[in-house]
Design a protein around this ligand. Structure first.
Ligand code: BJW
Length: 238
């Protein structure tokens, strides 16, 4: 029997136990660097070397062999494989841990850390290593026009039409490891909450900004609560 379509939204909390920093927790990235210095188009225009340094360091962190998908990433990949209906995974994360765990129906709405984009020709390149302001695009050969393929504040997140279409048709929306501070992702739950028959679930370490909007809430480390929730879902217990 067909089961409801599922949209899963993930944030930095799902990758925390894999060794990657979140943004707004006490030891998060935004306690170490200012958003205005590294995560806006104006920052990149003003000081591209600084911004490249920030993302080069994060690429090195992601390539560290200790950083591996965890049980929560793997549970979501299993959900996609075994659920007898559509599962779209929308991640705000720019790491590649979901795909390394086996998720395939995946949208990186804030971009991908291991990709660069040429602002001259638009070509995407994967894993060029350290990016410098001098590096040339492998497609158009223009030098000095590469930027990280990430979505900064004030920029349009990626694949929004695909996301809103999936939200419009989903029967279950699950939000995992996100503080609910950044829009439009923080508003997805509002898109679906009044639709009859659509359930909304938050799985997080602690209540997010919009926690009270969710019908069902479970709190704890992602590596514990996500596999438990997914196995109950697959067993038909939810
Ligand atoms: C665990 C755990 C464990 C810990 N287990 N859980 C007013 C002024 C100016 C702008 C705006 C404004 N109001 C709204 C805006 C728009 C702006 C915005 O939202 N600003 C807010 C700050 C107010 N948004 C934008 O500019 C976006 N673009 C846009 O809106 O375009 C127009 C548009 C409108 C409508 C439709 C379509 C388009 C772009 C936002 C780009 C965000 N970019 C970043 C950086 C990406 C690159 C990079 O990584 O460097 O994306 S910012 C950063 O925040 C990153 C994240 O994806 C994003 C969300 O963070 P996330 O994932 O929620 O992490 P945290 O740290 O906040 O939370 C972690 C959670 O995990 C916590 O709750 C922990 O408890 C939990 N946790 N350990 C489970 N083990």
């Amino acid at each position: 029997m067909a089961r409801p379509s599922i949209v899963v939204l993930t944030g930095a909390g799902i990758s925390k136990e894999s060794g990657l920093d979140t943004f707004r927790d006490k030891d998060g990235l935004w306690s170490k660097v200012r958003i205005e210095d590294v995560a806006t188009p104006e920052a990149f225009e003003r000081d591209p070397v600084r911004v490249h340094d920030f993302y080069n360091a994060r690429r090195r962190g992601l390539r560290n062999s200790n950083v591996q998908p965890n049980a929560a990433h793997r549970a979501l990949a299993e959900l996609e494989q075994r659920w007898p209906g559509e599962v779209l995974l929308v991640t705000q994360n720019i790491d590649d841990l979901h795909e390394r765990a086996g998720s395939r129906n995946l949208v990186h709405m804030h971009g991908e850390l291991l990709k660069t984009r040429c602002v001259h020709c638009g070509a995407l390149d994967a894993d060029l290593g350290e990016i410098s302001v001098e590096l040339a695009c492998t497609s158009c050969r223009e030098a000095g026009r590469l930027r990280p393929h990430v979505v900064w504040f004030g920029e349009m997140p990626l694949e929004m039409d695909r996301i809103y279409e999936a939200l419009a048709g989903c029967g279950l929306f699950i939000s995992i490891g996100t503080s609910g501070n950044v829009y439009p992702a923080a508003g997805f739950v509002q898109e679906v909450r009044y639709r009859p028959g659509t359930r909304t679930v938050e799985l997080n370490l602690e209540p997010s900004e919009g926690a009270t909007v969710f019908e069902e809430r479970h709190y704890g480390p992602a590596t514990e609560i996500v596999p438990t929730y997914v196995s109950q879902l697959l067993a038909g217990a939810r």
